[in-house]
Ligand binder design. Structure first.
Ligand code: FAD
Ligand code: DHB
Length: 389
């Protein structure tokens, strides 16, 4: 098979890029290791920035999102005693959309056939070849047969553990990493949310987040030590801990119910530079990871896709040879801005094992400053809704 672009990974980044390229008449294919059902079973992000929503609008794939998504004008930070509301609408003129990654991915997946976007699921042993040339190709096996796709460009949208980043020689790449000493234990339950807006809580027992997927489905997180085992966390124990950490007002409105999903995700900050080598471009988690505080992971993947789509379109439609070399630095500027915000909000809202009473007071003093200063709230709001692309 010969295509202009071969995309590895059918997560949000790969599918979004595939649709944007097809809309420009660029011939591409998406190759995914898992089944479609498996991709949709992974419960991940829940908050979309306006830029991500705009990409779905541009594709004309926003109908269900407009109907079922929940636009939010603000969110809250909590310091164990009070809620500090960040009025993002008043401070930035923008909103965020509560709409699960699963739903966004489903919308992209369901539209692929009608829009002639070929997605090959259950492709095993995907490998990249000749990425330093103008004629790279990928190979994979499916149903026992070996396949090859020749392309002008390969785009690695294959997440943190995929083969694309690893295809770039170590001598040309640089890695920046911070692994945090805790993970987020998430619970999904069909119960109404405890608050109409999100609450990120800093409590002396640890972090908690009250989020939602709809008016009848809640998503909550608490941070736990990496040594904790999921089987030691019964639903009741999680609800008890959430009730303490979110504070009495939110606790009074928590509706308990059986979990329909429970998982622990480690927290990491990670950036790989450059995001392009030869004929290979990286997008999303393949190139970078942010800790989830700040809801940036999926939105950052979407902004990479925006730049990659722009560069590939300039190459194929306008014969512009400068756009592809500029991709990495353009995307990385925004990546580092999101890394900084996610790292700073993680530091503000979590208890680190090495921290003592002084560091805790520093966190509380910063939260108090945020509560008292509109400037401080504006800085947070501006970053939360996403800096301009
Ligand atoms: P992915 O969604 O990881 O998609 C990559 C795709 O590539 C997958 O479908 C994978 O199967 C495929 N792939 C991998 N290897 C291969 C291969 N060898 N061959 C072919 N295909 C391959 N962000 C938030 O903002 N909020 C959250 O609450 C949140 N929770 C998260 C929880 C977890 C457990 C994880 C891992 C991430 C979470 N994130 C969260 C981050 C967010 O979900 C990601 O940033 C987002 O999924 C990135 O999209 P992506 O398309 O780049 O990567
Ligand atoms: C969700 C996850 C986040 O990381 C976040 O910052 C906000 C919401 C969620 O899964 O709903």
């Amino acid at each position: 098979m010969r295509k202009q672009v071969a995309i590895i990974g059918a997560g949000p980044a790969g599918l979004l890029l595939g649709h944007l390229l097809r809309a420009e008449g660029i011939d591409c294919v998406v190759v995914e290791r898992q089944t479609g059902e498996y991709v949709l079973s992974r419960i991940r992000a829940g908050v979309l920035q306006q830029g991500t929503v705009a990409m779905m609008e541009r594709l004309g794939l926003d109908a269900r999102m407009k109907q079922e998504g929940l636009p939010h004008d603000g969110f809250n930070l909590a310091d164990g005693e009070r809620l500090i509301r960040i009025d993002i609408k008043a401070l930035t003129g923008k909103q965020v959309m509560v709409y699960g990654q699963t739903e966004l991915t489903r919308d992209l997946m369901e539209a692929s056939e009608e829009r002639d976007l070929e997605v090959i699921y259950q492709a095993a042993d995907v490998a990249l070849h000749d990425i330093e040339s103008n004629a790279p190709y990928i190979t994979y096996t499916k149903d026992g047969a070996e396949h090859r796709i020749d392309a002008r460009f390969i785009v690695g949208c294959d997440g943190f553990h995929g083969p694309s980043r690893q295809a770039i020689p170590a001598s040309v790449g640089q890695t920046f990493e911070r692994v945090y000493p805790f993970g987020w234990l998430g619970i999904l339950a069909d119960v109404p949310p405890c608050n109409h807006e999100l609450i990120y809580a800093h409590h002396e027992r640890g972090f908690a987040l009250a989020s939602q997927r709809s008016q009848t489905r809640s998503r909550y997180y608490i941070d736990v030590a990496l040594t904790e085992k999921l089987e030691d966390w019964s639903d009741d124990r999680i609800w008890d801990e959430l009730s303490i950490r979110l504070g009495p007002d939110a606790a009074a409105h928590i509706t308990r119910g059986p979990s329909i999903e429970k998982s622990i995700a480690p927290l990491r900050s990670f950036v790989f530079e450059p995001m392009r080598h030869g004929s290979l471009l990286l997008c999303g988690d393949a190139a970078h990871i942010v800790p989830p505080t700040g809801a940036k992971g999926l939105n950052l993947a979407a902004s990479d896709v925006h730049y990659a789509h722009e560069a590939l379109t300039a190459f194929f439609r306008k014969a512009d040879n400068d756009a592809i070399p500029a991709y990495s630095s353009k995307a990385l500027r925004r990546v580092w801005a999101a890394e900084r915000f996610s790292w700073s909000l993680t530091k503000l809202m979590h208890r680190f094992p090495e921290d003592g009473p002084f560091e805790r007071r520093m966190q509380l003093a910063e939260l108090d400053y945020i509560a008292s200063s509109e400037h401080a709230r504006r800085v947070i709001a501006e970053n939360y809704v996403g800096l301009p692309v």
